[in-house]
Ligand binder design. Structure first.
Ligand SMILES: Nc1ncnc2c1ncn2[C@@H]1O[C@H](COP(=O)(O)OP(=O)(O)OP(=O)(O)O)[C@@H](O)[C@H]1O
Ligand SMILES: [Mg+2]
Length: 342
């Protein structure tokens, strides 16, 4: 287990954004910088940017490395379930991938009734929604309860995610009925594999978001990231039942922790940032956004690393070179000069 003091040197060398003109045009996602060196390839650089509720907050030391390495680890463990976009991993923060024509829908698979964002199952259920993206949910369920079967709750891919159901996807031409059948079938198969491997490591894969696309031969391929703490929720399996019985929140090892922490500080995502923040019983107006201190950033880094180690069973090795951006540039210049599969 990584001790927090060993992470402190990395507070000053986080990867906030990159500017590598030698890699071609850049697209900035919420977390990844995406370059296109050739028409068929994309280079995904996992930065340390931390967003929540669609708002960028801060950087978390070494988070990009954890995300990229954990995603790479998972891609090798699902490659028999469906083709993956991975071509090479030339640096701990970098994945070279096949550029795909993306399905403009995020495929969310859920095993439990939980969440804290506007598109999450629990927030909608609490509001009285019983038909959630075409999934009929029974009365009387409690927060964090397991669904009888896995459910798929797709969202459109855009500036802000919007819930959609199968019929809407097909009506709007986002995929054909036949394509959606394959997409949802593969998403369930990926999730079952994820649940099985996570459980072997004492973890519950609670829910996750997949992105898929078609390669130049028209083959459906899994893209982006897989089963990372940014795209998934994970709970500790051994304590789940008892905590659920006692109406306590599960021990969570993912970004949900940060969302709940923001709420505890009085941040209310249902209000636009900077407008009003709710605190306990009342509304406090004009309070600034919660300050993310270095202590909080290090604690979040330790959480990401903890999940990496539990999931992979391997010790996370912080880099020997504390100048992470410089290392990434060095490795990418070498890769571009002589591309080799990792
Ligand atoms: N193989 C691929 N081919 C084409 N695009 C891809 C591929 N894999 C991932 N992407 C895209 O690259 C981007 C990765 O960036 P990131 O993960 O930060 O995005 P995001 O968090 O989904 O936010 P945004 O919605 O702003 O893109 C996403 O837009 C994703 O859809
Ligand atoms: Mg993404």
């Amino acid at each position: 287990m990584v001790k927090s003091p060993s992470l402190t040197p990395f507070l000053r060398s986080t990867v906030e954004r990159t500017d590598f003109g030698f890699l071609g045009n850049k697209y900035e996602g919420k977390v990844r910088d995406v370059y296109q060196p050739t028409p068929g390839q994309s280079i995904l650089i996992a930065t340390d940017r931390q967003s929540a509720f669609d708002i960028p907050w801060c950087t978390i030391p070494l988070k990009g490395q954890v995300l990229n390495q954990l995603s790479a680890w998972w891609f090798t463990r699902i490659a028999d379930v469906m083709p993956t976009h991975v071509l090479a991993v030339p640096d701990p923060n970098v994945m070279v991938v096949k550029k795909l024509t993306m399905v403009p829908v995020e495929i969310v698979v859920r095993a439990y009734l939980t969440g804290s964002t506007g598109t999450s199952a629990w927030v909608n259920y609490e509001k009285g929604v019983r038909n959630f993206c075409g999934n009929v949910l029974p009365e009387g369920m409690r927060k964090n309860q397991k669904f009888a079967d896995l459910i798929i709750t797709p969202t459109t891919k855009g500036e802000h995610d919007e819930l959609i159901e199968r019929a809407g996807i097909i009506e709007r031409g986002l995929s054909t009925a036949k394509q959606w059948e394959e997409i949802s079938d593969r998403a369930l198969a990926l999730f079952r594999r994820g649940q099985q491997i996570a459980l072997e490591r004492g973890l519950i894969l609670v829910d996750t978001k997949y992105e898929m696309g078609y390669d130049e031969d028209g083959t459906l391929t899994i893209a982006d990231e897989v089963h990372t703490p940014d795209s998934s929720r994970y709970w500790v399996a051994s304590s789940y039942e008892q905590r659920f019985a006692e109406k306590k929140e599960p021990e969570s090892l993912d970004k949900e922790f940060f969302r709940l922490w923001l709420r505890e500080q009085g941040f209310d995502p249902s209000l636009r940032s900077g407008q009003a923040l709710s605190s306990g019983s009342g509304q406090v107006y004009g309070k600034p956004k919660p300050e993310i201190t270095d202590d909080v950033r290090v604690m979040l880094a330790a959480r990401y690393i903890d999940l990496y180690e539990r999931m992979t069973g391997e010790t996370f090795t912080p880099p020997t070179d504390t100048d992470v951006p410089a290392r990434i540039e060095r490795n990418l210049r070498a890769y571009i000069a002589e591309p080799v599969a990792a």
